[in-house]
Ligand binder design. Sequence first.
Ligand code: SF4
Ligand code: SF4
Length: 56
Amino acid sequence: MPVVDKSRCLRCGGCVSVCPQLAIRLTEHGIEIDPEKCIKCGKCVAFCPVGALKKK
Ligand code: SF4
Ligand code: SF4
């Protein structure tokens, strides 16, 4: 599952839209990924314009 680098994340919400599993939420604490929904497809990692998501 991808990990979020909160110091880089702009909270643009783009990764939320791109996730086919609806596994990503934008909360007041930033991006949260639901480990039970994520299928590790990497789409959010590829999408993020500032490289805030890293594949793990
Ligand atoms: S696409 Fe990147 S910068 Fe935008 S909310 Fe997601 S992790 Fe943050
Ligand atoms: S790796 Fe794929 S399924 Fe997991 S959070 Fe990113 S876009 Fe969603």
